[in-house]
Design a protein around this ligand. Structure first.
Ligand SMILES: Nc1ncnc2c1ncn2[C@@H]1O[C@H](COP(=O)(O)OP(=O)(O)OP(=O)(O)O)[C@@H](O)[C@H]1O
Length: 736
């Protein structure tokens, strides 16, 4: 199967039916305005209600014809199904709103009243008739109903309570549901008639032939092109839902009430599925909550081209149901599906794909070398064995098919990742270098500051030594001063002593003079006393000399003391001391300042170190991370190389296969040429045989090939049989 997907919203169409005869007598019309053929505004009659505007892909009014509905809503879907897409059309609305009228129609043979289903079937066979005669079609149909949450086959009625299954190729499907090959629209109509007869229909208060079950009619068209050997499969689902209705409006009880509840439950789940699909935030879509939503899984949010026709009653008595239906359709409009063509590739397409793969391989090789360069620029060496690129072996038959698109996407992804990582790595490296240079600069600054500090410290030591010397000198001078003071005191004491002695001697001498005067008069003084006086005079003289000497000595000492004191108190000294003190103070302040500065620098250094160590840590982590990622990328790169190698091998194998196939085709073409003529005659016989078969049984379990364009013979013969048109009673039975 090849992919050719395009996403698109589900198409929603709205259809208002006319008032029925009963409503014409009992009810007014809902107040609404058709703003355009895509927008309608409802003015609810309930108190305080505001007007509600709804837009759809198209709005059919009560005057719209069945032909209009088919052309606008259904025809594009069947055209897509013939192209190989899956398509779904279903009608949703309250009971008696016109679902069956829209889907089947009142009379499937009446060109005016026939609904979507018969028109689509005719369209399918018209398309087959006008198709290329090299295309062979096979059409098969199945018809079932979902009644009370059980799936029953409507053609082979013994097949009841069928199970829903899902697989990759078929998607969601009903296991064991009978499938019938059909050769013409007549076969399909006949099958529809039988199925409709078997459908659960009962009377209710609102609709005398109300559908009590949901029905699912499926038509699968397979086409094989004999020229390019391509194949396509398109599947069409036509769903006629049972109508929702309020329990209170129907007076239902017993089995009817049970049916009603089951129908309402499955329709509620359908509403929830649509709500979840359009919510945007919802993580779970409750498809499995009802069989109806499970069957419609591929049609809602899946790979189908889907059209929903919401049918509405215009009667005021149904206003709330009509608004609820309009809301349902409005919401469903935003569901996005991803339809894809179910087809197999032709030989030419295979060749084209091979050429594309070869081109992509070439590009990939360039990309790989670019990657290698990028890696080597980042000093990442890869242990690549380059021979792996060209190596291939015959033992590789088991190798899985590699989707080159995925491979290239992966490669591109890896390349982008690598580029981002390389850029990041580069950024980190640059910032790391910047940080390192900052750190170096700060270290240099630090060294300079430290040198300056040590010079200053030296200076401080010198100054301290000088201060110490000065202090020592001062203390020496102070000691000397003390000694001199003591000496001065001694001299002064001596002086006082001498003065005292002198005074005593003076008193003694005066006493002696007086005694002499008194004793001898002036001339009668004997030689003895004169000697004594002389002695005393001499003694006094020597004492005076001693005194003078002491006095001179004392004066000398006094001078020396004064000199010493002067020296001590001299201004110059004081000034020097003052200066010294000031210098010491200034240096102390400088030391303090430098200490503070040193502390700040140390603090800065510490914080920078901390930041750097943190940055280094982050950088280290980042580098580790990058290294890990690079390791991963290296592994990925190796894997990619291995993949590339397997693609190369596969390419070789494919080339061989294609060569073999071409040879085979050549042989087959030759064979075909000879057999074609034989087939022409056989075909006439086969047509006759098919006619016979169709006359015996219309439900065919054997594949009936219908030739595009060439199928005219079969359909024409069928048309002959259909020329006896079914009577009215039969036709209306088909419609319900
Ligand atoms: N657009 C229309 N034009 C004319 N008549 C219509 C239209 N739509 C519905 N009717 C008529 O309204 C009646 C109810 O329609 P129908 O049976 O299709 O409703 P329904 O939605 O299928 O009901 P239920 O869910 O109960 O099966 C029928 O008689 C049908 O012919």
């Amino acid at each position: 199967m090849s992919k050719s997907s395009q996403s698109g919203n589900i198409k929603v169409f709205c259809r208002f039916r006319p008032l029925n005869p009963h409503e014409k007598l009992t009810s007014d019309l809902i107040k609404l305005e058709h703003d355009s053929n895509i927008s309608v505004t409802v003015f609810p009659q309930t108190e305080h209600s505001i007007p509600l505007t709804f837009t759809y892909d198209y709005i059919f009014t009560s005057e719209s014809t069945q032909e209009d509905v088919f052309t606008i809503a259904a025809k594009p879907i069947i055209e897509d199904v013939i192209q190989g897409f899956n398509g779904t059309i279903f009608a949703y609305g309250q009971t008696a709103s016109g679902k069956t009228h829209t889907m089947t129609g009142h009379d499937i043979f009446d060109p005016y009243t026939m609904g979507i289903v018969p028109r689509m079937i005719s369209k399918v066979f018209d398309s087959i008739e006008s198709a290329d005669e090299n295309v062979e079609f096979a059409v098969k149909v199945s018809y079932c109903e979902l009644y009370l949450e059980k799936i029953n086959d409507l053609v082979e009625v013994d097949k009841k309570a069928l199970k829903i299954r899902q697989d990759r190729s078929k998607g969601v499907y009903i296991a064991n549901l009978s499938e019938h090959y059909v050769a013409s629209d007549f076969d399909v109509f006949e099958l529809l008639r039988v199925g409709t007869e078997n459908r659960q229909v009962s009377c209710n208060k609102m609709n005398t032939k109300s559908s009590r079950s949901h029905t699912l009619f499926s038509l699968t068209i397979t086409q094989n092109n004999a020229l390019d050997l391509s194949a396509r499969v398109g599947r069409l689902y036509l769903v006629d839902l049972a109508g929702s209705e309020r329990v209170s409006k129907t007076n239902a009880e017993g089995q009817r009430l049970k049916e009603l509840k089951t129908i309402n439950k499955s329709l509620n789940t359908l509403g929830q599925v649509i709500n979840q699909l359009t919510d945007g935030k919802a993580s779970h879509v409750p498809y499995r909550d009802s069989k109806l939503t499970r069957i419609l899984q591929d049609s809602l949010g899946g790979n189908s081209k889907t059209a929903i026709i919401i049918t509405c009653s215009p009667a005021l008595s149904n206003e709330s149901e009509t608004i609820s239906t309009l809301r349902f359709g409005f919401r469903a409009k935003s569901i996005k599906n991803k339809p894809k063509v179910n087809r197999e590739l032709t030989m030419a397409e295979l060749k084209l794909k091979l050429a594309k793969i070869e081109e992509e391989l070439r590009k990939k090789a360039i990309k790989i070398s670019t990657l290698e360069q990028a890696l080597s620029q980042n000093e990442v060496t890869l242990p690549i064995d380059t021979t792996i690129l060209t190596e291939h072996t015959d033992e590789s038959d088991d190798l899985k098919n590699t989707d080159t698109d995925d491979f290239f996407a992966e490669l591109e992804d890896a390349r982008n990742k690598l580029t981002t990582l390389v850029d990041e790595n580069f950024k980190y490296k640059t910032s790391s270098i910047e940080l390192k240079s900052n750190l170096d600069q700060m270290n240099d600054n630090n060294i300079n500051q430290t040198a300056l500090i040590s010079v200053l410290e030296m200076k401080i030591v010198n100054m301290e030594t000088a201060i110490y010397n000065k202090v020592e000198l001062t203390s020496k001078l102070s000691i000397e001063k003390d000694v001199l003071t003591t000496k001065l005191e001694e001299v002064q004491n001596k002086k006082l002593e001498l003065e005292r002695i002198y005074n005593e001697k003076l008193v003694e001498s005066n006493d002696l003079k007086f005694q002499v005067k008194m004793h001898v008069g002036d001339d009668e003084i004997s030689s003895e006393p004169v000697d004594l006086i002389e002695q005393l005079k001499n003694k006094l003289m020597s004492e005076q000399q001693k005194y003078k000497k002491n006095q001179t000595e004392m004066q000398g000492l006094q001078i020396r003391l004064n000199q010493a004191l002067q020296e001590l108190t001299r201004d110059k000294r004081n000034e020097e001391k003052e200066l010294l003190n000031r210098e010491i103070q200034a240096r102390n302040e400088k030391i303090k300042f430098l200490e503070d500065e040193l502390e700040t620098i140390t603090e800065n250094h510490r914080s920078v170190k901390k930041i750097l160590s943190e940055d280094e840590e982050t950088l280290k982590q980042r580098t580790d991370e990058l290294e890990r990622t690079l390791d991963e990328l290296t592994n990925m790169y190796k894997q990619l190389l291995a993949k590339q190698s397997s693609v190369n091998i596969e390419k070789q194998l494919n080339i061989r296969k294609i060569t073999r196939l071409n040879e085979k085709i050549k042989l087959l073409e030759d064979e075909l040429k000879t057999k074609r003529e034989q087939l022409m005659t056989a075909e006439v016989e086969a047509n006759r045989f098919l006619d016979d078969m169709a006359s015996q049984s219309i439900f065919n379990r054997i594949k009936v090939p219908i030739k595009g364009g060439g199928g005219k013979g079969v359909r024409a013969s069928m048309a002959n049989r259909l020329s006896i048109r079914p009577n009215r009673a039969y036709a209306s039975m088909v419609s319900h």
